[in-house]
Design a binder for this molecule. Sequence first.
Ligand code: F6P
Length: 762
Amino acid sequence: MAGKDRGPERGPIRESLRLLLPLLAAIALVVVAVGVVTTRTTRAWFESELHSRAVLAASSARQGVLSAYASGDSRQLTFLLDDIVHDDQVVAAALCRIDGTLVTRTPLFPGDGEFCDRSRISVANWRGTRTGTQSGVITPLDGGVPSHVSVTTFISALTVPVRLVLLQDFEPAIRRETLVQRWAMLVFGMLAVASSLLTVLSSRLTRGGLMRRLTVALRGESKWWHDGDAPLIDDVRALAQRSTAAAVEADRDGRWTRSRLRSVLNEHVREESLVILANREPYIHDSVPGGDVIVRHPASGLVTALEPVMRACSGVWIAHGSGTADRQSADANGRLLVPPGEESYRLRRVWMTDAEEQGYYYGFANEGLWPVCHQTYARPVFRRSDWDHYRTINERFADTVLQETTLDDPIVLVQDYHFALAPRMIRDRLPRATIITFWHIPWPNAERFSICPWREEIVDGLLGSSIVGFHTQAHCNHFLETVDSALEARIDRTDNAIIRQGGRTMVRPYPISVEWPLRWTEAVPDAAACRRQVFEELELRDDTILAVGVDRLDYTKGIEERIEAVERLLERRPTLIGRFVFVQLAAPSRSEIPQYRQLRDAVEASVERINGRFGTEGYSPVVFLRAHHEPERVFRFYRAADMCYVSSLHDGMNLVSKEFVAARDDERGVLVLSKFAGAAHELADALIVNPYDMEEASGAMERAAFMPPAEQAERMRAMRAVVAEHNVYRWAGRMLLDAAQLRARARRTLNLSGFPMHVSTE
Ligand code: F6P
């Protein structure tokens, strides 16, 4: 605590030191460097000056010396040398023969001729020419005062060549050199200290003001920049918002929650409410025999994810009214408030004829786009009539958006492959809308998608969106690649955006998830009670190892492969026969489509075969429950089970895996998960398998069956932490924050130019 209290006082000092210490280190380096450079430069100047003096002295004495030497006048020679050393800098002089012997010298000239031999003088760098004057500095070995020595060769026709050797005092040069060096270091040092202090001071003084002005500008309360700088301000604002979002996510206590999502919406999107466009409605009203109407929660990952978002954010959900009692449960316009009894948002039902549903939903969406987007070897079927219905229904939903909003710039969340054309149609009707389209299934590579006869229209339709979202970056990359090959568009690879016809569409990964805490976990009893109930219902032995699978009956889910893996498990581990039970909860789905009916038949045949092979009186290794199961029932099974096997052959995300993890607050149970589900990227503590590989899949189930409780708990804890953190509020929150940025930018553009602009246009 004490440390914490001192924190705020030490902050500014630490901050200044952080700035100052590197500055001082840099100054020290600069001062040392200046010292070295000054020493070298001044020394070179002085040596050059002494060299010039030597040249001058020698040339003045040359004539006299040569004639005195030629005439053998030693007195005259002595006189001439004495004359030279009268110069206060030249301390000694000597005349030498070319063979290195001494002719004569002044009294202070050292030695007996060793200085006559140039090769015996220890000078590191001679300057000048060998035939003229050469000079350098000699430093005595004892470290005494250095001297400057020069050797000038006199060549004449009168006599043999002789050398004049001069020694000059170098001490004054050293003194001047030291003085210059000190001053230079002092001046540079003072300048450096002064400038660094000024830097620190000005940064402290200006930061407050700059930050204040920047804050005001970022809030959009004042405009102190030039119009041309607006993009820069936008970028700063975007950066600030992104860092805020990241900081929020990084803070465990700041985990995304329902109320947090709500406040993001209030803060960034203000009073505007959301409009969701999704084919599947969250509440289906069905008539049951006897005339009653029941409300069903559809088996849909999309609904699982979006419903909590709508509860948090309010607004309107536009969906196909598919229940047999839907019309009678809504008003004349197909509107009603939901959830029943809670009424926190509006459901707007859109009606369609059987033929339209057949063409748009069963036909183009589920016989065409669904198999194209999933790698499951189901042959896509594309019919012109289905396409026409698909377009008509997309138009109808786009029109309904217009009916359900009073704003000219609503935020519209378009969901899934049922509405690939709607974004462009909404954009045409509401140019300023922020349209976020989320594609809940995989996006295939460009080559595979090219088999769709209307791929250009599909891609163009999606590019009416401000943002297109996928579960994974790989799907985003496939989409960019598809756009590139299908249309004329500019792709901004740095920002993962597509620029086309003046519009800009961002492409982003937003991995979808479930709410946390998941409300159904609160609606069912604890794990022990669920296990008792399920065991009682299925009449299972107490020592049964229970595995569950929960899916729509869809060929992408790998249900046949799963049952085959159970067969392989019982083959490789016969002691499990009688003890191992696999329960498949299978919600009927799209049963108008022949492939789905064939799948149902194939699965039923497999179940029958395996139960015939391994079953006994009172024991069936596979229990196939083909029916709609309400979420409470599904969650009972999740809690009762020892393991859950998700064997998708290809899946955008797969929320069953996340629901299972959310259900297991007892930290027990093992998740066996297909590597082809998007969830495998996040739930690394599941047993990840290739569902096509029977050895691997059955091996993983065997391992799960005997996994020690401590390992189960460790894995489950890790997965629960991931799902808790990466929950659906985060999924929606991140999309809305990105949308808020686009909207703020569009508003500023509007303010600056005075012209209305397309919200996704730069
Ligand atoms: O996986 C795609 C998807 O649309 C999901 O978003 C949804 O959970 C599921 O299919 C349900 O499909 P349908 O609405 O056709 O029953």
